[in-house]
Design a protein around this ligand. Structure first.
Ligand code: XIL
Length: 331
């Protein structure tokens, strides 16, 4: 029996979870067992994205999201909702409408419907996903369809709308590439902190931030002196922190599996040891449990060509990354 990551997390007052799809759980008894063994929290990997829930204006498809919520409830698992607004999952019909009409109702009605539907089940929502862009012209904010039609106030308005529809849900902004010591990520960290500061000063209902944490072995060593002050600034604003999409992109797949797995595990251990030193970090979610389902897989990859950046390999055997997470959670 593999040691439970959720049990280890809970021992320290935290949670461990993963992103998953209900169809994957239903298709694989081994995945189901790993989810139940390791997780206290689930994030729907795709089911709660706008294009998954409302592919056409008059066509709602909440079946898979409802199914995942039912699975969570039946097994006493908590749910992180992901994500109300994301430039990459906005359906074309909605983008067209937002650009054409510039009417907040397009977004407002959607948030009301979805945050409202899951108000008793989703404990924490990623309300806005990936609003930061280092190349963005306005304050490091991404030039997305929401920004173009509503201006930078779309973030605060989305948070207000989510709060109105689901007053008990904790609301978060989720984003990526804050981990490494390079100029792009430095610009991103600064822009993110500025955004959080503006929102908190304005009294916007924002409870938490999500740090995706897609680690990357090609980006050089993780440095506590970079990460710790960043986390401390977020914590200092009174915000909780969730690690929301942890995985590792290997890039170089020429080494032996043993060496590759050791490198992945070391990176995860190093990252988690730094971030879990911050009490405001309330939990860790990996973006999948098994390499079989990782979004990082090169198309058509099989065998050794598969990226090995999740806790279990493609046949659901736990890897050193699993032990690394377990050890960091208990450290
Ligand atoms: C990814 C899913 O894993 C893919 O299956 C899907 O095709 C695209 O989205 N950052 C996020 C997640 O916030 O929603 C993304 O998930 C991965 C990057």
């Amino acid at each position: 029996m593999t040691a439970s990551l959720s049990t280890a997390a809970t021992e320290k007052g935290r949670y461990f979870g993963t992103a998953v799809r209900i169809d994957q759980i239903e298709a694989s008894p081994r995945l189901r067992q790993a989810v139940l063994n390791d997780c206290g929290f689930l994030t729907p990997e795709i089911h709660m994205k706008w294009n998954a829930l409302q592919p056409a204006r008059d066509h709602w498809t909440p079946g898979p999201a409802d199914g995942l919520v039912r699975f969570a409830q039946a097994n006493e698992l908590r749910v992180r909702g992901h994500a109300l607004l994301w430039h990459n999952s906005t359906p074309h019909w909605a983008e067209d409408e937002i650009v054409r009409e510039r009417n907040w109702n397009t977004v407002g009605r959607y948030i009301e419907a979805v945050a409202g539907r899951y108000r008793d089940h989703v404990e924490e929502w990623d309300v806005v996903n990936e609003p930061i862009d280092a190349d963005g012209s306005t304050d490091g904010l991404r030039d997305n369809v929401f920004m173009r039609s509503y201006g930078s106030s779309y973030i605060a308005r989305a948070l207000e709308a989510a709060h109105a529809a689901a007053p008990k849900a904790r609301l978060a902004i989720n984003d990526y590439s804050f981990e490494y010591d390079n100029s792009t990520e430095q610009v991103r960290r600064t822009a993110f902190l500025k955004l959080l500061e503006r929102l908190k000063t304005a009294g916007t209902p924002l409870d938490a931030v999500g740090l995706q944490a897609h680690l990357d072995l090609s980006k050089g060593p993780l440095k506590p002196e970079i990460l710790k002050p960043f986390l401390a600034e977020i914590a200092g604003m009174g915000l909780d922190i969730a690690i929301t999409e942890l995985d590792v992109n290997e890039h170089d797949r020429r080494l032996s599996l043993r060496e590759r797995d050791a490198r992945v595990a070391d990176e995860v251990r190093r990252y988690l040891d730094i971030v879990l030193d911050e009490p405001k970090v309330k939990g860790v979610t990996t973006w999948g449990l098994s390499d079989e389902h990782s979004w990082l897989q090169p198309t058509g990859a099989k065998g050794a060509a598969l990226n090995r950046g999740l806790p279990y390999d493609a046949v659901l055997e736990p890897k050193p990354m699993h032990r690394a997470i377990h050890a960091s959670l208990l450290a």
